[in-house]
Design a protein around this ligand. Sequence first.
Ligand code: EPU
Length: 417
Amino acid sequence: MKQIIIEGNNYLEGTINISGAKNSAVALVPASLLSDDIVTIDNIPDISDIDALNEILKYLGAKVDRNATSMTIDSRNINNKEIPESISSKLRASYYFMSALLGKYKHVEMYFPGGCSIGARPIDQTLKGFRALGATVVEENNKFIIDADELVGNNVYLDMPSVGATINTILVAVRAKGKTVIENAAKEPEIVNVATFLNQMGAKIRGAGTSKITIIGVEKLGKCYIEVIPDRIEAGTYIIAGALMGKNLRINNIIPGHVEMLLSKMKEMGVNMEIGEDYVTVSKTDNLKPVSVKTLGYPGFATDLQQPLTTLLTQCSGVSKLEETIYENRFQNVEYLNLMGADIKINGRVIDVKGPSKLIANTVKATDLRAGACLVLAALAAEGKTTITDASHVLRGYEKIVEKLTAVGAKIEIEDI
Ligand code: EPU
């Protein structure tokens, strides 16, 4: 087991460069299978979720050339065989292989995907998209056998703007016959990145980033090159670190528009920051005002930043309210923040965070990826040495977190026990 150890209460000074977005990269890699040629994906983050996808690519027989920041994938001679549950259960994004293989071969066999345990996370909307385009889905003991004689475009109305269902429906529709219209689509920037990638291969996707996406199917997709957009959740996490412990901490290589909901809330709190064209400089600020936050699909407040933000709310003077509307079990960090001196009460889907609290080191557990990020932030601000167990969750989504934080003055190490 990996654990992260942080000696807290040290200022963070200097620059942190943001990596490519996890939630884009984990869709782009499986989407590469739709090409009939070689594709290159640049600015790939070095995180364990990408290692797991790479394992699936290799299992299927794709030729992958991965260096520090890029991946070249040749899937021209892959073997479309059942992906073992032991690999697909490692992450949620494994189900992008479901749609990419279905789109290309009209047949796929795969198990229910994995991912952080933060709620039920059903895939009914993805299956609704597959069925609308002509596929038959048989589910047996957690395994899905999905077939189509022919994939034909259709109108798909998503019951909720699901990121996964939007991307999965696009991945099938690009190779279906005729026109697909996805309504109530999710609008996350990662979806735009995936649509741009496919359009560069020759797909015809319009409207990505809005709630109505139109796709005209094509027979072949070709060679292409794409860069992964900067990770807005990694950026947001380090911007919060700056508000807690920064001394002109510069978070570089970001798209500020992608973190606007966070920056607006931080302005409301009174955080001392400067927003540039592709960076934010942020410093520790005292006497922060409490705020109310509700998580929503993009461009609303990102659920993935809810747990990291909670750490900052413990430093506001008064009671902040935070409502989680996307997942039913994304407050597992609260128990551990309270162990570190926070005063947080859970009332169903809402937490009341009373501050300011003096955070004190303890031994805490990263129950999931963003809970882990929340505890890293708390440990950076806390008095004493915090141990965060189950730290492999954190490594799924934060590239070189130890190196990046060490470079700006944090006392952080990771150990295998
Ligand atoms: N939902 C359904 N049915 C569906 C799909 C979704 O009921 O078919 C509901 C569920 O409650 C589900 C929620 O909608 O939990 C959100 O689902 P969505 O499909 O939007 O999320 P996702 O595609 O599973 C991606 C990110 C998550 C991020 C969400 C929301 C990836 C691999 N994961 O998940 O990222 O929280 O979008 O923005 O892209 C993370 O990075 O920590 C993370 C969990």
